[in-house]
Design a protein around this ligand. Structure first.
Ligand code: ACO
Ligand code: OAA
Length: 379
């Protein structure tokens, strides 16, 4: 037996557990590529549907393939009556992420091909989830506002249709574009916690719905996807831009984590932030509203204070959180919107994991009591 203590990597920090062909963060240049394409170029030039196709099939679609993909996605958007009835029975006190998690679990229970882990079956399930999740998120937001759901419109693109289902109207193309940019940026980020969760579940040869249900649970936490909601709560808590410095001092003194800042991989800034920040600034400029200006000033003041005080940069959740607020979404819908996008990355990784599967099962260094005898029972 070796006497050297094993090296512990808490949180798996710095551990490379597998290869992937889907995306990579290039730390030295703070850049991110999906299947080799820089994400900022995809965000500028391609639709979210094209990016979904790229993540799943490895190449961008030509016009014919895109038309076919869009037609299939649009046809799958409606929810059946059983699902709609189930979802309205969930208490409104639960978080919308719980609704989404339940919906995916229910889709799995209803799917007769649930156990067929073939590539074809998993691609069909992935497309079904991509198409139906926005319908769930929009209906849930409307229910919480005391409104009836609005059925999907097959004439509209993914981003436009989501606005239509939430608000009964599609905003100016510039606003839809900012939303679509956020979906492209959120779509994929290598072995983040929720994607890794999906890969762990998949590695046991469990089904795709189980992996996605678990991934939703992992994304919900405020150290991961839940941070986009926490950013908005934090801005509301601070309120006055003049208070940003003082609030930060108190928060850091009480060892609070400042939401929307820091990242496990990027230590000099998240590659996606400049693109999302520009989109946010376009939303602020077109609002021309003193309340929006106050929020944007506060947002900038906290970012500046955090960089000066701690040298910590914002992550994507920081600009995305405020952007979603300015687009009119309710705060609890922010992380579910992240799911609508990340479903593409998760399912691409599920497929990749299955293609080269190895059970994911790390080791732990035992730190509990030495072996001891079980005492006689009390009874
Ligand atoms: C899409 C996404 O999921 S992006 C991530 C979204 N999550 C958030 O925004 C939550 C706030 N951020 C954090 O909690 C962290 O930065 C994480 C969880 C994202 C990354 O954490 P880790 O890689 O484990 O970094 P770690 O927590 O070790 O931070 C290193 C140091 O920076 C500090 N730090 C990092 N982020 C923050 C933060 N947001 N607020 C305050 N201090 C921070 C830590 O306290 C630590 O300081 P120490 O060395 O004095 O103890
Ligand atoms: O990569 C991570 O750890 C978190 C993140 O930014 C993401 O999932 O988009």
């Amino acid at each position: 037996m070796s006497n050297t203590a094993p090296e512990i990597h808490r949180g798996l920090a710095g551990v490379v557990v597998d290869t992937t062909e889907i995306s990579t963060v290039i730390q030295e240049t703070n850049s991110l590529t999906y299947r080799g394409y820089p994400v900022q170029d995809l965000a500028a030039r391609r639709s979210f549907e094209e990016v979904a196709y790229l993540l799943w099939y490895g190449e961008l679609p030509d016009a014919r393939r895109l038309a076919d993909f869009q037609a299939r996605e649009r046809a799958l958007r409606p929810l059946d009556r059983t699902t709609s009835e189930l979802l309205v029975r969930l208490p409104e006190t639960c978080h919308p992420m719980d609704v989404l998690r339940t919906a995916v679990s229910f889709f799995g229970a209803e799917d007769p091909t649930e156990d067929d882990g073939s590539l074809g079956a998993n691609r069909a399930k992935s497309l079904t989830l991509l198409a139906k999740l926005p319908t769930v998120v929009a209906a849930d937001q409307r229910r919480r506002r005391g409104l009836d759901p609005i059925p999907p419109d097959p004439e509209l693109g993914y981003a436009q249709n989501f606005f239509h289902m939430c608000f009964g109207a599609v905003p100016a193309p510039e606003v839809v574009r900012c939303f679509e940019i956020s979906l492209v940026l959120y779509a994929e980020h290598s072995f983040n916690a929720s994607t890794f969760t999906a890969r762990v579940v998949t590695s046991t040869l469990s089904d795709l719905y189980s992996a996605v249900t678990a991934a939703i649970g992992a994304l919900k936490g405020p150290l991961h996807g839940g941070a986009n909601e926490a950013v908005m709560h934090m801005l509301n808590e601070i309120g006055d831009p003049q208070r940003a410095e003082e609030w930060l001092t108190e928060a850091l003194a009480s060892k609070r984590k400042i939401m929307g800042f820091g990242h496990r991989v990027y230590k000099y800034g998240d590659s996606r932030v400049p693109i999302m920040q520009e989109a946010l600034e376009r939303l602020v400029a077109r609002a021309a509203d003193p309340e929006v200006t106050r929020l944007a000033t506060l947002h900038a003041a906290l970012r500046h204070a955090m960089l000066t005080r701690k040298g910590i940069h914002p992550n994507l959740d920081y600009p995305a959180g405020l952007a979603y607020h300015l687009m009119g979404f309710d705060i609890p819908a922010f992380t579910p919107i992240f799911v609508m996008s990340r479903i593409t990355g998760w399912t691409a990784h599920i497929t990749e994991q299955l293609a080269h599967n190895a059970l994911i099962r790390p080791l732990a260094s035992y730190a509990g009591p030495d072996q001891r005898a079980v005492p006689a029972g009390a009874g």
